[in-house]
Design a protein around this ligand. Structure first.
Ligand SMILES: *Cc1c(COP(=O)(O)O)cnc(C)c1O
Length: 337
């Protein structure tokens, strides 16, 4: 075990023993290499630096009650990165290789996985970049795939805390037929300015509407949108420019397992005020309850400003229960390392 203040961990970068790295050249991937040095030497004309050939993923490993370490749904992230790579004309990482790389990186840094009971986990960040030199606009002829890991703390110590959200009407995150549905760094570059603006105005999260008409809900900058109706249905927007969140997929399955109605469909902005509960969902936090959504002069209040609503709390507890091995993993989501 590392000498780390496990209860004081936040969500920030930390060096560990090593990352796992692969290089694609001449149509094939190299074997895994364990690299201790976190800085990499790169060609100054690498396509990731000039033309944004960059894809990433985010997932977690948990130390379960039985002491074993398990990764949550790595195949789902592998498939998503496979799709992202195709969209950005990058060499694709086979699903098996991705899952194996994730297991290798976690295993090699197992003493950095927070102990059971601290609420912490190991954040896993796979990265795929074009590293071949490219000055004319074209896909690179060399790619680097690496998996780094680091321990992170429980986001909310002492219960889920609702936040206020701001609707972004001055900028869009993703064009209707753009790259919103794949996980590329460029989407984040496109959203940082709005994020900083919202943060300075006192809103921790921003909500995007469809870029074409600004009448339908899409997603928060880094997490999907979930609404729970007054009669207990789970509603999430259906849009080509929403990033397919693994957490959202998981919550939908759990909601269905609990007998809830699950609706993936266009969600008009005006429907928000009818929801009993609203949340943002993603790997880092699982569920962030949203108690207020501001758009210009209009303020929509949803649920209890001091705590999480009962339906979202139940969904959250169920996911965490499966992740930490307290509830049966009936869908085979947890992969032992
Ligand atoms: C990564 C991401 C999410 C969350 O996806 P998870 O797989 O649940 O972590 C949601 N929206 C955007 C834009 C993202 O980049």
């Amino acid at each position: 075990m590392q000498n780390i203040d496990w209860n004081g961990l936040g969500f920030k970068y930390m060096d560990t023993h090593c990352h796992v790295r692969y290089v694609w050249r001449d149509g094939k991937w190299s074997d895994a290499e364990f690299v201790g040095e976190p800085r990499m030497k790169m060609h100054i004309a690498a396509s990731c630096l000039h033309y944004g050939q960059e894809a990433f993923e985010g997932l977690k490993a948990f130390r379960c009650r039985d002491g074993k370490v398990r990764v949550f749904r790595p195949e789902a992230n592998a498939e998503r990165m496979f799709n992202t790579a195709r969209r950005a004309c990058m060499a694709q990482v086979p699903v098996d290789m991705f899952v194996d790389a994730v297991k290798k990186a976690v295993k090699a840094n197992e003493d950095y996985v927070p102990p059971y009971g601290t609420g912490g986990s190991m954040y896993i960040r796979p990265l795929l970049i074009g590293t071949g030199p490219q000055i004319g606009v074209a896909p690179a002829d060399e790619y680097t795939f690496l998996v780094m890991v680091m321990p992170v703390g429980a986001y909310y110590k002492g219960g889920l805390k609702p936040v206020r959200a701001l609707v972004v009407d001055d900028w869009d995150r993703a064009a209707p037929q753009g790259m919103g549905d794949v996980k590329v760094g460029g989407n984040y570059a496109a959203s940082l300015f709005a994020h900083e603006t919202a943060k300075h105005a006192g809103y921790p999260v921003e909500l995007y509407l469809d870029a074409k008409t600004h009448t339908f809900v899409e997603e928060f900058a880094t997490s999907n949108f979930i609404g729970i109706t007054k009669d207990g249905a789970y509603v999430t927007p259906d849009s080509r420019s929403v990033l397919p969140s693994v957490t959202n997929r998981t919550l939908k399955q759990i909601a269905a397992d609990l007998g809830m109605k699950v609706e993936t469909r266009p969600v008009p902005f005006d429907e928000i005020e009818t929801f009993a509960e609203v949340a943002a969902c993603g790997t880092a936090v699982v569920v962030t309850p949203v108690c207020e959504i501001t758009r210009g002069d209009r303020v929509i209040r949803i649920g209890d400003p001091d705590g999480c609503g009962p339906v979202l709390q139940k969904l959250y507890d169920t996911v965490q229960g499966i992740q930490y091995g307290l509830l049966p993993d009936t869908h085979g989501w947890c992969v032992e390392v």
